[in-house]
Design a protein around this ligand. Structure first.
Ligand code: TXA
Ligand code: MG
Length: 317
């Protein structure tokens, strides 16, 4: 099993040797390697069982280092980075040759973000290279939001997990690209569309999914538990099943007629930030119960609610 700890020097030494290290971020845990080393990056794909057409996000210590890796920064990208970095925002920018094609799956743009987690930020500041890091889960499964999630699934494949506690945002970064300087949101995530539009005005959203995403790597089925998950009106859906065989993921309320241990409530207060924080942990917990099916309901489609609903729909596909 992997060692789990808070030792930045150990993480640094392993990364410098071309090894993988799981790192905490405010969104989800990442499976990190030297982004400038083709062999280290190849290890990421292998360890995650990730198809090579799905590009990786590159994590940097600060905005100033971005210019070493990209050839152009649209003015609105700069505005967004100024406002939201470090934070749950990934910018797709035209890459320089120093970024291996393997990182971007051959695309001309690279996804870059400065994450907001004290341990990982210190680590990035001490390294002489940026970190390529997808979420630290086997491809297609639910992203990890605790060190133990990473250890459960990848612990036998990596040496070290930098333990930064529970991820405070809980869902992946929002991805913004630029189509001839015009901003486009390709993945909804931990930064709301409303927050982005408050800074740069109306933004297009393109969440197209296919088996070979043009870029915005959003496969239709993703973030998925092993159990079948159905979204809808939980009370109605539940009528078709035996009470003991369903797990319930609800937004605000417990249901007395079902076993408490088969239920998870995202936020009794109806707080969407809290709901996002809990989402992946609860899906994992429901997934390992002795039940046959997970019934879930959508949350209000505003703020982080849109990203939560997006993840639920992909989990249900
Ligand atoms: O919050 C996050 O973004 C987390 C943490 C670890 O930073 N990372 C993450 O990585 O969610 P991953 O690999 O699980 O998802 C990244 C998505 C992929 O689906 C990929 O297709 C898209 O970002 N992406 C990365 N680089 C891209 C590029 N150059 N062009 C288009 N899409 C890109
Ligand atoms: Mg992922």
């Amino acid at each position: 099993m992997a060692a789990i700890g808070k030792d930045i020097q150990q993480a640094k030494a392993l990364l410098e040797q071309g090894e993988l290290v799981a790192i905490p971020t405010e969104t989800v845990y990442g499976l990190a390697a030297n982004a400038l080393s083709v062999s280290a990056v190849a290890e990421i794909f292998q360890t995650k069982n990730r198809p090579h057409f799905d590009p990786l996000i590159v994590h940097v210590a600060d905005f100033d280092s971005v210019s070493s890796f990209v050839s152009a920064i649209p003015s609105q990208a700069k505005e967004l980075a100024n406002k939201f970095w470090p934070g749950p925002l990934t910018l797709l920018l035209k890459k320089k040759n120093i970024i291996p094609d393997l990182v971007t799956a051959g695309l001309a743009s690279v996804g870059i973000r400065c994450p907001n987690h004290p341990l990982t930020n210190q680590l990035l500041k001490q390294l002489s290279f940026p970190l390529a890091a997808p979420s630290a889960n086997p491809f297609g499964y639910i992203s990890p939001t605790k060190a133990s999630h990473v250890n459960d699934q990848l612990g036998n494949k990596i040496k070290y997990i930098l333990d930064g506690g529970n991820c405070q945002v809980g869902i992946e970064s929002t991805i913004v690209g630029f189509d001839k300087e015009k901003p486009v949101i390709y993945r909804m995530g931990g930064l709301s569309i409303e927050a982005i539009e408050a800074v740069i005005g109306k933004v297009d959203v393109q969440l197209n999914s296919s088996s070979n995403p043009k870029a915005p790597g959003q496969l239709k089925s993703h973030y998925a538990p092993t159990k079948k998950l159905i979204i809808g009106n939980i009370n109605k859906l539940a009528q078709s099943y035996d009470k003991t065989e369903v797990g319930i993921l609800s937004f605000r309320e417990f249901r007395n007629e079902y076993p408490t241990e088969h239920q998870r409530v995202l936020s009794v207060q109806g707080d969407l930030n809290e709901a996002a924080q809990n989402l992946f942990t609860f899906l994992r917990e429901l997934d390992i119960l002795h039940i046959n099916i997970i019934l879930a309901e959508e949350v209000p489609n505003v703020g982080l609610g849109r990203a939560i609903n997006d993840r639920l729909r992909r989990a249900a596909t």
